[in-house]
Design a protein around this ligand. Structure first.
Ligand code: NCD
Length: 319
């Protein structure tokens, strides 16, 4: 029996991957595995969170993340409510985030799932509400459940990540997906490379333990997995591209570029994808290469594991 089977994820919130240890991550991934198998067997629904309320507050656009959190909450038997934001909410009337959070907390939800354009928004929320807070993406800071579902889908496809090389490619510096992934992948034993034009590489890549590259074939040489990232146009602020075509020619993940990788290479994408820019359609849609669909399926199972764990821990802590 693996040593970690008796270990329980101990946190009453999930604000980032930073701060988790390997056992935390493996406990969530192993629990997610049992949810995925149950769902495939037609036993998706449980009553682990019956009577609990899970609020999802997305202050930035989202399809797959929001829906998968809601579905995860419902499959756990919780009442899942999505809070209107933007023009349909008090936010449009100028309410401050702190006031919105206080209003939501007064309704005593068990879990608050938050996505916001400001880095640090989830931590800001966690300091102000009694509910267990889960970060569904805060600016270009972290997106922990995305990294967990990526690791989950990758592990299912290629087995242990120990010693494997993963290349994260594209708009790395502005990507919360990259930031959470580079921490989690290394926690699980993988080696991480980052590929981007120089201005889009984080200046502190080496501090994070990742190897930065500006040359695509060098970055992809021997890689076991390649993660393509969307250009974060909502965050480029004056640093937009002179030529999308030139960028694609140098950085896009296509069949020619993948020739440098391990022969069993797997391609990943968190979605939404800009086909032809960071990845070509023939790669993204090839089931022998791409696990993009498996990543989406994994999202529900992983978020079930996260919601159940933080709600349990918050309840036990008497919050
Ligand atoms: C990512 C996000 O929102 O950070 N999408 C997602 O959650 N599936 C990546 C992106 O928007 O590019």
């Amino acid at each position: 029996m693996p040593a970690h089977t008796a270990y329980r994820f101990p946190h009453a919130q999930l604000l980032g991957v930073a701060g988790l240890n390997r056992l935390d991550a493996e406990d969530l991934l192993d629990t997610a595995e049992s949810h995925l198998i149950a769902a495939r067997d037609g036993r998706a629904k449980t009553d682990v969170l019956r009577g609990a309320a899970v609020l999802t507050a997305f202050f930035e656009p989202s399809t797959r993340t929001r829906v998968s959190f809601e579905l995860a909450a419902k499959r756990l038997g919780a009442d899942a409510l999505n809070i209107a934001t933007g023009s349909a909410s008090a936010e449009a009337k100028g309410e401050r985030l702190a006031d919105t959070l206080a209003t939501l907390d007064a309704m005593r939800p068990d879990v608050l799932v938050i996505r916001h354009a400001a880095a640090g928004a989830a931590r800001f929320a966690a300091a102000r509400v009694k509910a267990a807070v889960v970060n569904a993406g805060d600016g270009c800071h972290e997106h922990p459940t995305q990294a967990l579902l990526d690791a989950f889908a990758l592990r299912r496809r290629i087995g242990s990540l120990e010693g494997k090389t993963v290349a994260i490619c594209g708009d790395v510096a502005r990507s919360r997906v990259a930031r959470s992934n580079l921490v989690l992948l290394q926690l699980l034993g993988a080696r991480v490379r980052l590929l981007a034009p120089q201005p889009w590489l984080p200046v502190d890549a080496a501090v994070w333990g990742a190897e930065p590259f500006t040359d695509r074939s060098a970055a992809l040489a021997g890689a076991h997995a390649v993660m393509a990232l969307r250009i974060q146009t909502e965050r480029t602020e004056g640093a937009s591209l002179a030529s999308t075509a030139d960028y694609a020619a140098a950085y896009r993940i296509d069949r020619d570029a993948l020739a440098a990788c391990d022969r069993d290479v797997v391609v990943m994408h968190p979605g939404p994808a800009n086909r032809g820019v960071e990845v070509t359609s023939d790669v993204l849609d090839d089931p022998d290469l791409s696990i993009a669909g498996a990543q989406v399926e994994a999202g529900v199972a992983v978020r079930m594991a996260v919601l159940a764990a933080v709600a349990r821990n918050a309840r036990e802590a008497g919050r």
